[in-house]
Design a protein around this ligand. Structure first.
Ligand SMILES: C[S@@+](CC[C@H](N)C(=O)[O-])C[C@H]1O[C@@H](n2cnc3c(N)ncnc32)[C@H](O)[C@@H]1O
Length: 219
């Protein structure tokens, strides 16, 4: 099945409300735990989160490692609005900086010490822009952890994943999950993109039936 692109930015008010209220605790905490297990030396650094959404991952990261700082970037105004409220309520406004803008246009005062991103790449029409941003926004040797959905072979398989993992979720979330799966990349496509971008020190893994995970250091 060819990739069927979904809209890049999640800026519908209802779409943002449903996404921000959804329970991604297991997946997001698993992502944070894996990041800290892979890079236990990370302590005082500034971590850049590309496509941070409602900032659940930055907040979980700070709860697990309160000495870190996070810069979260998202192109959606409503999403950043949710993120700002959540960060304030969590008491991390002094440690999590939120920027509303496209990562393609992002310029940092100094390169990020580490880069994370969950569930952004499938939104991006040209994934090379994403890998280019990772390379240019991170300092040499920066650890990265990037996760996203895997595109199934057929629409029927995508629907089966939605039914298996989002059976009781609101229709908007099921709709977005289905279209995100159709818009996602395959493991081979991600591996080819990284090879083309000379990101050969990054490793790709497929931890379950619907995600790919890239880790390692960028140089
Ligand atoms: C599926 S959400 C993931 C949010 C968050 N990372 C998480 O795991 O909960 C993808 C987010 O990427 C944002 N996004 C899409 N294209 C973007 C771009 N070019 N620059 C910055 N953010 C973007 C969307 O607005 C959306 O909030």
């Amino acid at each position: 099945m060819e990739r069927i692109l979904e809209p890049e930015v999640m800026d519908g008010e209802e779409q943002v409300r449903v996404y921000a209220n959804a329970d991604f605790a297991e997946e997001n905490q698993g992502f944070v735990d894996q990041f800290l297990a892979l890079y236990p030396e990370i302590r005082e650094e500034t971590v850049l989160d590309l496509g941070c959404g409602p900032a659940d991952i930055p907040i979980r990261l700070l709860r697990s490692r309160p000495t870190l700082r996070v810069t979260g970037v998202d192109a959606s105004g409503p999403m950043i609005h949710w993120a700002e409220d959540a960060v304030r309520q969590a008491g991390f406004a002094d440690r999590i900086q939120l920027i509303c803008g496209r990562f393609q246009d992002l310029q940092l005062d100094r390169p990020a010490d580490a880069v994370i991103s969950n569930s952004l790449v499938h939104h991006v029409p040209n994934a090379f822009q994403f890998w280019y941003a990772v390379k240019t926004l991170a300092k040499p040797g920066a650890p990265v952890l990037i996760m996203d959905l895997l595109r199934p072979d057929t629409p029927e398989e995508a629907q089966a994943l939605v039914d298996q993992y989002a059976a009781d979720e609101p229709e908007q979330l099921r709709h977005d999950f289905y279209h995100s799966l159709l818009s996602a990349f395959t493991e081979d496509e991600i591996a080819a993109q990284m090879a083309e971008m000379n990101l050969s020190r990054l490793l790709i893994d497929v931890p379950d039936d619907r995600h790919w995970l890239v880790s390692g250091r960028v140089f």
